[in-house]
Design a protein around this ligand. Structure first.
Ligand SMILES: [Fe+2]
Length: 500
């Protein structure tokens, strides 16, 4: 057995019954390395790369009330190569994390505490939070980058060793407001596309950065006021951004009370030209499209077809749900906003007609699901299959996965089993794939019954067969969310120059 603990971080967190500090969300404080994880079954030899997951794992006793989006970022990496698996976990060394390690306690309160109790100024749109870089992870130019949903710095590390390289500077051009989670690499242009939002006009920006760390394009996206966007998409010609009616109440905001309210407004989508002037472009070349009111956390694909830009994502049927029935009163509102069955996201398609300016929209499916992915050989292709996570009722936990065939409307679902929760699955194609779904789905699961965690690999064409491989991790990690897969070729890109 080659597992060893490499480090234990300094923690002041006391065990408690908080629903997101116990059970499947019980945090850990150790960093482990296992370069030869025990495997039950067989890891396909085609799988050569790393599955990276970022998720909140708080290490300090909260200042005030805890929300699960407040926790420190912890990366978990499952390296698959030649039929073998290696695992490593490492906390993201953000400036906030390091400062709190130095003093041994929390210095920032979280989003549930209004007005904030933070001892120091914070980062991002909220302004009083720790930038935990805990939301998302992507691999670009041979490095992994973690990001924060309220906007913050972009922290780099080696995607295999997870050795940190600090926050990017982009030659002094990194946005002052930080950038949001869900920056997206565009493999066609070798750019990282990103957006940021803030409480200062014009309230949103987007841009592109090259492999060399040069900001090649950025521009303002004027909004009527502060908004709370979460994700973006892109096509060859457009950034796809949004302005949803769920945003901070303006009057309360003046008193530093950050309360998201659903306003009586339509949804709006912005198509922002990628080819406008490098540091400008006219505000009137942004194409705005109205749609029915909602909120969307995540999208799965966008493409251009004739006069239309077509966007698929998870439209919430109930973006401002009532407090969760049966939950402890002090947590009921927070728990409803984390529960997929309260928010009721469903796969939805918006069609933005560039010639008429009209939007057509409609459901692709009725199932409650989120956190999905697709695979196409070429980015302008329409994916036939969507792989989504299924939610444990009442909880921010994924209890299974769903494969939807958009062509036939049929689906295959897989339950992880009682007390077993997975992170966002990523699809990896077989090297000589003969169809779109010829490949594997990878996730990390936490089994609260057995107090252990596993990597799991499923054949995407036969979910019912169960996992092809179960990879025992050296520690039980908390349940998790966003993840990415980087193929071996993506790990071998030379590290970008010093501007990153
Ligand atoms: Fe997200």
């Amino acid at each position: 057995m080659s597992a060893r603990m490499t480090h234990r971080v300094r923690s002041s967190l006391q065990p408690c019954e908080h629903p997101y500090l116990s059970g499947a969300w019980t945090p850990v404080f150790e960093e482990w390395l296992d370069d030869d994880c025990p495997v039950t079954g067989e890891i396909p030899r085609d799988l050569d790369g790393v599955y990276l997951r970022n998720t909140e794992n708080p290490v300090q006793q909260p200042l005030g009330r805890y929300h699960p989006f407040d926790g420190d970022g912890m990366l978990c990496g499952l390296r698959l190569h030649n039929g073998c698996a290696a695992f490593r976990n490492r906390f993201v060394r953000t400036r906030g994390f390091v400062n709190e390690q130095d003093v041994g306690r929390a210095l920032w309160s979280g989003i549930a505490e209004m007005p904030p109790l933070s001892d120091r100024p914070g980062w991002g749109a909220h302004g009083a939070l720790k930038d935990a870089s805990s939301t998302d992870v992507c691999v670009f130019g041979g490095r992994a980058y973690t990001s924060f949903y309220q906007c913050g710095e972009l922290y780099g590390c080696d995607p295999v060793s997870l050795e940190p390289s600090g926050a990017v500077g982009w030659g002094g051009a990194f946005p002052r407001a930080g950038i949001s989670a869900h920056a997206l690499p565009d493999p066609q242009t070798e750019e990282l596309l990103w957006f940021s939002y803030s409480r200062e006009a014009p309230f949103m920006h987007c841009g592109a950065t090259s492999l060399g760390g040069e900001v090649t394009h950025q521009r303002e996206v004027p909004l009527p006021g502060p908004r709370l966007p979460h994700a973006m998409m892109f096509t060859p010609r457009w950034y796809v951004l949004n302005d949803f009616p769920l945003f901070w109440d303006a009057e309360l905001l003046q008193r530093k009370l950050f309360a998201a309210r659903l306003h009586d407004l339509p949804s709006r989508f912005a198509l922002v030209p990628r080819a406008s002037a490098p540091h400008g472009g006219r505000a009137d070349d942004i194409r705005w499209f109205e749609a029915s009111p909602t909120y969307v956390l995540h999208y799965v694909q966008a493409r251009e077809e004739g006069d239309e830009v077509i966007l698929d994502g998870y439209r919430q049927r109930c973006p401002s749900p009532p407090p969760l029935a049966g939950a402890p009163r002090e947590h009921a509102r927070m728990m409803a906003f984390l529960d997929l069955h309260s928010l009721q996201p469903q796969l939805w398609r918006w069609r933005f007609n560039l010639r008429t300016g009209q939007t057509r929209e409609g459901a692709l499916d009725d199932a409650v699901c989120e956190f999905g992915c697709v695979h196409v050989a070429h980015p302008q292709q329409a994916a036939r299959y969507v792989y989504s996570m299924l939610g444990e009722p009442g909880w921010f936990l994924f209890n299974g996965l769903d494969k939807l065939d958009l062509r036939s409307g049929t689906r295959e679902t897989l339950a992880f089993g009682p007390g077993v929760f997975g992170s966002e699955v990523r699809f990896v194609p077989r090297r000589a794939a003969r169809s779109e779904d010829d490949g594997w789905l990878i996730t990390l699961v936490t089994d609260v019954n057995r107090n252990l965690s596993e990597g799991r690999i499923y054949a995407a064409q036969n979910l019912r067969a169960g996992p092809l491989a179960r990879i025992r991790l050296p520690l039980r990690i908390p349940s998790g969310t966003h993840a990415c897969w980087a193929d071996a070729a993506a790990l071998q890109v030379p590290a970008p120059n010093a501007r990153f």
